[in-house]
Design a protein around this ligand. Structure first.
Ligand SMILES: Cc1ncc(COP(=O)(O)O)c(C=O)c1O
Length: 446
């Protein structure tokens, strides 16, 4: 078969997958069957699948065959048009940890679980916030990997860090309360604040963290009930606060009696960081993290550590809200923690993030980028004459999904910038995708 006909076969299959005619998970013919159906050599059939795999449309599993890939579709920050248009995009809008062997890892775990002694226990309701022996596994992990010591009765398992934030705000804040946030902050916190009618007060950012003098002035002027912070690997700017900045922040929180909500979702990416706020001010800090950014965003396994005085309101809110995580999920998550998979994966992701940042620095060299060298995202400031929505729409037309600064901004005037997540696109494709972003921006008609 001529090379052009093989290309056509690739295009036809790709079109069927993209249109949904071949839905996610569909088994595809074996190499031999494909060869027979189209009168091509088996080597050519293998080439077809290799190409479809390279562009992320199929997955092949040794001994099991080839399947249409179930692509993550997660573009919720910006909603609207880009989301619709970029269903099949190179996804720079959301960080899914993806690596070869993920499927096998889950298969092995499910097999292990299916052989475990008391499987029926996984069909039983858990106490609010988790089962004791599983919380102990998380507590040991926090002590060993993060230097955070907690008793299990102050630790709760939640459906990802997002729910941890939501439960914390529901339990400890009231509609109308003022919460200090960074001028650029995690969009999920903005969303929950809006849903819970919290009043967000932006704190101006300096290059290496929030302007703490501005925060102190704000607290002096206004009753600030809580401060939402990401001291280690801020999303989106990647800063890591120094020990001095952390102490200053804690001093302000103590002086003005503010709750500290410490979001450590990406903190694992920094191997040696100054102590978590929860260790400096355990009496007023709720610490929140998950396995979403290191292991699997779809597992929905997160945890919160609360001060003793907030234990009961948080537990009551969990009971009223979701009662407990599914036992199957906590069994999987805690087994992966206990057998060292999570620690190994965190290590691997730290190395992966550094490699991806190096690729990004090369691809975007000379552009106005802010990023931590081991972060999974970067902040790309656009030249003043370019508007971020037009750039984001044009990128969506090229099947590249990005997040706009508006999703992160808590001030009235958002900067013109894009946040690019680096972990969802296969590493081999990252340079080329980022080069396309660069080229589109550089040649954008003004
Ligand atoms: C800073 C930050 N906090 C919390 C979350 C929510 O994470 P999870 O998937 O664990 O709910 C995210 C997810 O993007 C995040 O970036």
């Amino acid at each position: 078969m001529a090379a052009s006909s093989i290309s056509r076969l690739i295009e036809d299959l790709a079109a069927d997958i993209r249109s949904g005619k071949l839905p996610p998970g569909s088994p595809l013919p074996t190499h031999r069957q494909l060869a027979t159906q189209h009168g091509i050599a088996i080597a050519s059939a293998s080439k077809v699948y290799t190409r479809l795999k390279a562009i992320g449309l199929v997955v092949g599993e040794t001994g099991r065959g080839t399947f249409v890939r179930d692509r993550p579709q997660q573009h919720e920050w910006d909603g609207g048009d880009e989301a619709r248009r970029s269903t099949h995009a190179a996804d720079l809008s959301f960080n899914h940890p993806t690596w070869p062997g993920q499927g096998d890892m889950l298969r092995t775990m499910l097999r292990e679980l299916s052989l475990s002694g008391d499987l029926a226990a996984l069909l039983h309701q858990q106490p609010p916030g988790g089962r004791e022996h599983e919380k102990q596994i998380v507590a040991d992990f926090l002590a060993n990997a993060r230097g955070i010591r907690t008793e299990t009765d102050r630790l709760f398992l939640v459906n990802g860090a997002q729910q941890g934030l939501d439960i914390t705000a529901r339990a400890l804040l009231s509609p109308g309360d003022t919460v200090a946030v960074d001028a650029l902050t995690y969009p999920g916190f903005k969303m929950l604040a809006q849903a819970q009618h919290l009043a967000l007060q932006p704190v101006h950012s300096l290059t290496d963290g929030p302007d703490l003098d501005a925060l102190a002035t704000l607290c002096q002027r206004k009753r600030v009930r809580a401060i939402y912070v990401m001291p280690t690997m801020h999303n989106p700017l990647g800063w890591v606060l120094t020990a001095g900045q952390r102490q200053h922040l804690v001093d302000i929180a103590r002086h003005y009696d503010c709750l500290l909500i410490e979001d450590a979702s990406y903190a694992y990416l920094v191997k040696q960081s100054p102590p978590a706020l929860v260790t400096l001010a355990p009496e007023r800090t709720v610490y929140i993290a998950s396995l979403s950014k290191s292991l699997a965003s779809g597992l929905r396994f997160g945890f919160i550590v609360t001060p003793e005085k907030y234990r009961l309101p948080i537990k009551a809110t969990i009971r009223a809200n979701y009662w407990s995580l599914p036992s199957l999920i906590t069994a999987i998550g805690t087994r992966w923690i206990a057998d060292g998979t999570v620690a190994r994966q965190e290590n691997r992701m730290r190395q992966e993030a550094s490699k991806r940042q190096a690729i990004a620095r090369q691809a975007l060299c000379g552009m106005d980028v802010i990023a931590h060298p081991s972060s999974l995202f970067l902040w790309l400031r656009l030249p003043p004459e370019l508007r971020m929505d037009r750039i984001a729409t044009a990128l969506a037309d090229h099947n590249i999904a990005v997040s706009k600064a508006t999703a992160y901004s808590t001030t009235r005037h958002s900067p013109h910038a894009l946040r690019l997540g680096l972990s969802s696109v296969p590493r081999e494709e990252l340079f080329s995708v980022l080069t396309q972003v660069r080229s589109l921006i550089e040649h954008f008609p003004i």
